[in-house]
Design a protein around this ligand. Structure first.
Ligand code: MGD
Ligand code: MGD
Ligand code: MO
Length: 796
């Protein structure tokens, strides 16, 4: 989130697209309800079906699964055609005025931007996705927005194809509803108005998921909604600590604090640091953050003359993906021989169940750390498998659950909060810190006498924390101090990342969390102050929000270039030449907006050009501007350009071969998967709770009354859902809340499945992910769980 949960109460209009927030984030959702009740804010919900969130909204518009980019592109066109943008904001705080290099183009016949190599299936030359510069190297800008190669004109031209009528037809949305949504949300482009966009998995789990997110960022920049209270882009994170686990780099392509993980093309620290963005980008400080991170990991042995052991960091192959799909493809190819599954249940939650579970049979060993024997731990005795044929050795370690341990979690608002232990765990279950500590110490002992150079990283990494088995709280305390960072000369905690150095005199486990533990304030995640001077809900003394305890990112954008709030009745920050910055939040970068020479230091401080990127120079893997492509499996043609599927989408090596692709003539129905309030993901936890099991005892498939009538299906009967990857049974739920879609003139059905069921627990059911494909987003490779094709059949 650029903003945070309490800030939702400050919005004028909230657009929820791709999330059923009322059901999946019910407590946080109450801040929106407050905006609606106390300030008369309007809530818009855009979703394929009418849900509990729709019921709490003022305006609901259905769109079919897989059409977000049509919806957003239509809105961008609406803003540009009807001049609904926040002009001053766009001129000064975005790159709309920047001129793009000659040679850049988008061809709507091929559906490609310049630089695509058909043979490789990637954009191999992105050199034209860049700014034009004058002889002195300065950016060429046109403050009138008239230059044909200005970002503004390029966008205007690019999105002109997304007219209201064509957009409505392709998204399957009623044209009047769509227009109402565009009209209402873009009303927040007015100075002094704030609009917020909330999204979750109905936006990310697509082959174009990252571009969906970029598109809403574009809209928020055009409307001047970023950096202001009640505005922003809100990624509703799922698990209580999914924000924290991303920050701590439980992902293959980053190191803690979003430092890029090096691949083998960056063999030395010098080469790595050479990729650092140029000043004034805040990222130009990256060498300090990586040096401090390596110091945290390898302590005294990490020195400037050995590159702080940068060489020891594991380096992947350039361009290779190591995320979920490819790990399971790796098992299939017998490259991955062992798996530690720690706090997840991929057999139920991962895509392409039949392929994945078969691939797991190639494992020599599997370790599952889980309070329950979930489907992953039991994959060798799943329905249809013969345990005798499966040689995998399986170990199950039961750890304590969230109520039985303590430490901090970080929620969607980047807020780090401490949780104290509520009860002791049963029997001899162990804290995960204990398991981790024993694993680390055992590894070090095993390699202690090794003389092989490749074992040096294990021998040398620092593990000098208090023993969690003796004093768990002291262990957490020591780890948090390391995460926050220290001055190694004085031995004292640093106050903020601005004190970190690249010469080995500081250490810091995660630069964005720097300052979460200071000498003066201790572990700030434990703070519970409730002062809120401005009444904006910032609560600066409650917990710690990264970075720097800042609650709204880019918050200098809440004032005009002269330092005054855009509207006097919405004063969040203010600049004055005599007193500098004042306000109700930690200012984002301390410079005044207008420099002494009259030029503007725009608020997007992470970037070299300091302005929000409508046009992404360098781009994402699938282009510098969001463009619609159909999901990998779609019942309709792409009517906006000549390319059917995202040209850079991620494919599994074997699991997404033609054999596993459902074609629309055989499987004409769109299928999506979603959650219900009563269950939690794979259901490993919730299906073991008697009362939740009783509340929601079976998997169901939602379908429209017309589809049911056509198939002769009655509400409550068990039906079969099939495609090229599998077949499952579920209870039919025939409901008017699931509408049919008229897509480009053709009546098309969409059904939806809960995916909380498996073969373990008090209530069981077929795994819905037997139907989902092994393809993913072009940038993140998140699986396309939300739009694929099926057929629905009566069980005979
Ligand atoms: N009770 C409960 N709460 C949970 C969870 C849980 O399992 N149970 N899981 C947590 C986790 S980890 C996460 S990630 C979040 C997920 O939170 P959400 O993303 O809200 O969850 P979903 O129900 O998967 O999907 C949300 C909505 O996306 C819609 N949708 C499908 N396709 C499209 C599309 O193309 N466009 C648009 N606009 N909408 C579409 C679906 O109709 C659905 O209503 O929830 C968290 N909260
Ligand atoms: N079709 C479809 N598939 C999806 C999605 C979708 O929308 N559609 N959504 C995806 C999303 S957003 C997510 S986040 C994933 C979720 O996928 P998973 O994270 O794999 O699902 P969970 O059921 O939350 O699995 C968590 C496991 O951790 C165990 N557990 C609970 N507490 C603890 C603990 O304290 N320590 C340990 N070690 N274990 C514990 C639980 O018993 C359970 O077995 O699913 C993804 N899969
Ligand atoms: Mo999630």
């Amino acid at each position: 989130m650029t903003n945070h949960w309490q800030d939702m109460k400050n919005t004028d209009v909230a657009l929820i697209c791709g999330s059923n927030a009322a059901e999946n984030h019910p407590v946080s959702f109450s801040w929106l309800t407050e905006a609606r009740e106390k300030r008369g804010a309007k809530i818009i919900h855009v979703d394929p079906r009418f849900t509990r969130t729709s019921a709490r909204s003022d305006l609901y518009c259905p769109i079919r699964s897989g059409s977000n980019l049509i919806f957003y592109s239509g809105m961008i066109n609406y803003i540009l055609e009807n001049d609904r943008m926040h002009r001053d904001y766009v001129l000064h705080y975005t790159n709309a005025t920047f001129v793009i290099k000659e040679g850049f183009a988008f061809d709507d016949v091929t559906g490609l931007f310049t630089g695509y190599d058909e043979a490789v299936g990637r954009y191999t030359d992105r050199s034209t996705w860049d700014y034009e510069r004058d002889e002195d190297g300065n950016y060429v800008r046109d403050m009138t927005l008239n230059h044909p190669r200005s970002v503004y004109q390029i966008m205007k031209n690019h999105y002109s194809r997304y007219t209201l009528e064509k957009t409505a037809a392709a998204a399957g949305a009623p044209v009047d509803k769509l227009e109402q949504v565009y009209e209402l949300f873009t009303s927040t482009g007015e100075t002094g108005k704030a609009g917020s966009i909330l999204y979750a998995m109905g936006q990310t789990q697509f082959t174009s998921g990252a571009q969906n997110v970029r598109a809403l960022g574009l809209i928020q920049l055009l409307l001047g909604n970023l950096g202001i209270p009640g505005g922003g882009t809100q990624a509703l994170r799922g698990h209580s600590n999914v924000q924290g686990s991303t920050d701590m780099a439980c992902l293959f392509h980053i190191l803690p604090g979003y430092l890029p993980a090096p691949n083998e093309s960056l063999a030395t620290l010098e080469a790595y640091n050479a990729t650092t963005p140029a000043a004034p980008a805040w990222w130009s400080n990256r060498p300090k953050y990586i040096a401090s991170l390596l110091k945290a990991w390898w302590g005294d042995s990490a020195q400037a003359d050995n590159d702080f052991h940068y060489g020891w960091l594991p380096k992947g192959k350039a361009g290779k993906d190591y995320s979920h799909i490819s790990v399971f493809e790796g098992m299939h190819a017998e490259e991955v021989k062992g798996l530690i599954s720690w706090g997840q249940n991929p057999v139920v939650a991962g895509p392409h169940y039949n392929f994945s579970t078969k691939a797991m049979e190639n494992l020599d060993w599997l370790v599952v750390l889980d309070p329950f024997e979930n489907e992953t731990a039991a994959f060798w005795k799943r329905p249809g498998a013969n345990p005798r044929d499966i040689q995998t050795e399986v170990f199950l370690l039961p750890p304590t659950t969230f109520l039985e341990k303590e430490g901090s979690v970080t929620h969607s608002g980047r807020l780090m909060q401490y949780r104290w232990k509520a009860v002791e765990g049963p029997g001899d279950v162990k804290q995960e810190s204990y398991i981790l500590d024993r694993l680390a110490k055992r590894l070090k002992a095993l390699y202690a006498s090794s003389t092989r150079p490749e074992d040096e990283p294990i021998k040398a990494f620092t593990w000098n924390y208090p023993d969690p088995a003796v004093d768990h709280r002291a262990f957490i305390d020591a780890v948090t101090r390391e995460i926050s960072g220290r001055n190694l000369t004085t031995g004292l905690q640093v106050n903020l990342f601005t004190e970190l150095q690249d010469d080995g005199t500081t250490d810091c486990g995660n630069w964005i969390y720097s300052g979460c533990y200071t000498e003066a304030l201790g572990n700030r995640s434990q703070r519970r102050g409730v002062d809120d001077p401005g009444g904006w809900g910032a609560y600066l003394d409650w917990g710690f929000a990264w970075p720097a305890n800042r609650r709204i990112l880019y918050n200098r954008a809440s004032v005009d270039p002269n330092g005054r709030p855009w509207s006097e009745d919405r004063e969040y920050m203010r600049w004055s030449a005599s007193t500098g910055w004042s306000g109700y939040d930690v200012v984002d970068g301390g410079a005044p907006l207008r420099a002494e020479d009259g030029s503007i230091n725009a608020p997007f401080i992470m970037l070299t050009e300091q302005v929000g990127r409508l046009f992404a120079i360098g781009g994402l893997n699938d282009g510098p501007l969001p463009e619609h492509y159909e999901p990998w499996e779609s019942p309709t043609e792409n009517v906006f350009n000549g390319r059917q599927t995202n040209p850079a989408h991620y494919k599994g090596a074997v699991g997404s071969s033609d054999e596993y692709r459902s074609n629309p003539s055989e499987y004409p129905i769109i299928c999506s998967t979603w959650r219900v309030c009563e269950h939690w993901h794979s259901g490993a936890t919730s299906r073991h709770m008697p009362w939740l099991a009783e509340l929601m005892p079976a998997s169901f498939v939602e379908m429209s009354e017309d589809l049911a009538a056509e198939k002769g299906i009655v509400n409550g009967e068990t039906v079969e859902i099939v495609n090229a990857r599998g077949s499952i049974k579920a209870v039919a739920m025939v409901t008017p809340r699931n509408a049919d879609f008229n897509i480009n003139g053709n009546k098309t059905y969409q059904v939806g499945l809960t995916w909380h069921f498996g073969f373990k627990g008090l209530v069981t059911g077929d795994v819905a992910n037997a139907l989902t494909p092994h393809v993913g987003d072009a940038n993140t490779s998140i699986p396309e769980y939300k739009a694929f094709l099926v057929d629905v059949r009566k069980v005979r």
